[in-house]
Ligand binder design. Structure first.
Ligand SMILES: [Zn+2]
Length: 301
């Protein structure tokens, strides 16, 4: 159906998956694996007010066509910004768009938004965190969304497979009949950036539960740590976060140098960052916890 028209429009590959599943890491690996990316655009949607993911990618790939869409999710709150970005790209010689969705996006909604004049949704990959997926699925605030994201995938990408045993991996509650990849599979790096024009364009099954009022809503706040905070103190603050906090990421100028900070499902990781971007951490939590989250940060000592 309308396949000729679809072949002449620009394919958009959608990469989604819950907060902290490794979308940015995967995109960085895709960009590093290819030399000539002049005709590829990467659109990065970050739920927080500052686009940390875009900063991480742009730092590693300063020459790339990397566009930032921040301060909301394009599938629900900032759809107009997405349209504007696609309009902007239409003026460039772009042959393929790789969209990094926000961690709270619903793949089927994104798919519909990619049905934009001049574009077509090509394939929708959803990342599943092998280490944390089961726990997230059972979470009373976010379990519904995490399960929905995996259910709406055309293809599943399983990350952090090195952190789990083979039996644990095989028992992940996902639909194994769908095409699935390990996130470090070299074939995947090509697939994400060079969509095969003959590949079947598949619409995710409409999920009647998509309008479910239990669908999780999220809030974010941006916290500026005190200047030259010690790594020890920063670690203590992160370790003391309430259990409803889903994700923390950003850059902090600590007494021990500039660090990239990642907090996923209670696990804290720091890595050295080449340049100071100002200190700020974006913190994401269920919307119902917004007041509690603000209170927590106002009262840090
Ligand atoms: Zn959304």
């Amino acid at each position: 159906m309308a396949s000729n028209r679809q072949l002449s429009t620009v394919p958009i590959t959608i990469l989604s998956g819950y907060l902290g599943t490794g979308k940015t890491t995967l995109i960085n690996r895709v960009l590093s694996a290819h030399q000539n990316l002049d005709h590829v655009a990467v659109l990065v949607n970050d739920f927080g007010s500052i686009n940390i993911d875009q900063a991480i990618i742009a730092q590693a790939h300063p020459q790339g066509n990397i566009l930032s869409l921040a301060n909301g999710c394009i599938c629900c709150s900032i759809a107009n910004d997405f349209s504007s970005a696609l309009e902007h790209l239409a003026g460039l010689d772009i042959h393929h768009v790789l969209l990094e969705a926000s961690g709270v996006a619903e793949p089927a909604k994104l798919h519909r938004q990619c049905l934009y004049p001049g574009y077509h949704p090509h394939s929708n990959f959803v990342l599943v965190d092998a280490l944390n997926f089961r726990k997230q699925c059972a979470d009373k605030y976010v379990g519904y969304l995490v399960r929905l994201q995996a259910a709406q995938a055309d293809q599943l990408v399983i990350s952090k497979t090195d952190l789990v045993s083979e039996p644990h991996l095989r028992e992940l509650p996902i639909n194994w009949n769908k095409p699935n990849w390990h996130s470090d599979d070299p074939e995947l790096l090509t697939l994400l950036i060079q969509p095969d024009a003959t590949a079947r364009i598949k619409t995710p099954n409409h999920d009647p539960a998509a309008a479910n009022p239990n669908s999780a809503a999220f809030c974010s706040l941006t916290w500026q740590p005190p200047s030259s905070i010690s790594l020890h103190k920063l670690n203590r603050i992160l370790a003391g976060l309430p259990s409803y906090v889903q994700r923390v990421k950003g850059f902090v100028d600590t007494a021990e140098g500039v660090k990239q900070v990642h907090f996923v499902a209670g696990n804290i990781a720091f890595s050295d960052s080449p340049q100071a971007q100002g200190s700020h951490l974006v913190v994401i939590a269920p919307a119902s916890k917004q007041a509690a989250l603000e209170f927590h940060f106002r009262n840090l000592s």
